[in-house]
Design a protein around this ligand. Structure first.
Ligand SMILES: C[S@@+](CC[C@H](N)C(=O)[O-])C[C@H]1O[C@@H](n2cnc3c(N)ncnc32)[C@H](O)[C@@H]1O
Length: 268
């Protein structure tokens, strides 16, 4: 019943904004776990991609980290000015800022609690966390070389506003690196049209749904253990669905192909 109501209300921009704000403020406030660093569904590379080798013990969430790695390494970020929109708990921002050597990395999120948590956890000298909205970025024209966006755009009230903001803050030749899902294939078709309409040029688009399904399957035991440890018992089932555990509607629809997850590189 509640899920059906949420589906109806999600047609309204104001509700999508409110839903994202309340959900992610509450998650960071009530589950400020310092070992839960990522909130994306994870990625397992194809055999064509060179595997990521990290020193043992460098992360407890390798698969969500790989979502960042295999997106960010589509371009060389060395000495670039990078903005991330929707940085969540900051794990991806810290990984890119410390490993891929951008000159600066500004990580923005709507949820003040997520920003506070990120500031507490990460202190790289080239990394800065800022609260703000994807639909009204608090930066001047031509401020960045690259915008990174991981599994966040589906939550925005007005996606064209976000894309026009990305275009505004990117310098000429700047790049948007984005991964996200849409609940139907038609939703992804619409998103592609919105990118084109924004004036950004799509350089590559890949359907990475199968790689995300594999990651969900591989991370499932660990994810369930984390939920059991961190989430109060009465919320665990609902949270499992939100987190896309194996058997959840998110997992099933992604696996059967009604929901799709794509990776985009687009240029200004
Ligand atoms: C599924 S989480 C992904 C977080 C992070 N990218 C990761 O992969 O761990 C989506 C994030 O987008 C943020 N978000 C949602 N709407 C936003 C908006 N309008 N502006 C900025 N961030 C937003 C949420 O607060 C949340 O942190």
């Amino acid at each position: 019943m509640i899920n059906a109501l949420i589906r109806v209300f999600k047609r309204y921009e104001w509700f999508k904004r409110l839903n994202a704000k309340v959900t992610y403020e509450l998650l960071a406030k009530y589950i400020p776990a310092k070992d839960w660093l990522f909130m994306n569904y994870g990625y397992i590379p194809t055999t064509a991609e060179p595997p990521l080798q990290l020193p043992a013990g460098s992360t407890n969430q390798l698969l969500p980290l790989q979502m960042y790695h295999f997106l960010a390494t589509r371009r060389d970020l060395t000495q670039k000015a990078v903005l991330e929109v929707g940085s969540g708990r900051g794990g991806g921002a810290n990984y890119i800022a410390t490993r891929l050597q951008p000159a600066s990395y500004v990580a923005l999120d709507l949820a003040q609690n997520a920003i506070d948590l990120s500031r507490e956890l990460y202190h790289a000298p080239n990394l800065q966390f800022v609260q703000g909205s994807a639909e009204a970025l608090p930066f001047g024209h031509d401020s960045f070389d690259v915008v990174v966006n991981v599994e966040s755009s589906h939550a925005y009230g007005n996606v064209p506003n976000f894309l026009s903001e990305v275009k505004r803050v990117l310098g000429t030749g700047g790049v948007l690196l984005l991964v996200d899902f849409r609940n139907q294939v038609a939703g992804m078709d619409l998103f592609r049209e919105q990118i084109i309409a924004s004036g950004l040029k799509i350089v590559s688009e890949e359907n990475i749904s199968a790689q995300v399904v594999k990651a969900i399957e591989a991370e499932d035991p660990e994810k369930r253990a984390r939920i059991e440890k961190l989430v109060p018992a009465r919320w665990q089932k609902l949270f499992g669905q939100f987190a896309g555990v194996v058997g959840s509607p998110f997992y099933c629809t992604l696996k059967e192909g009604t929901r799709v997850y794509h990776r985009f590189v687009a240029e200004k």
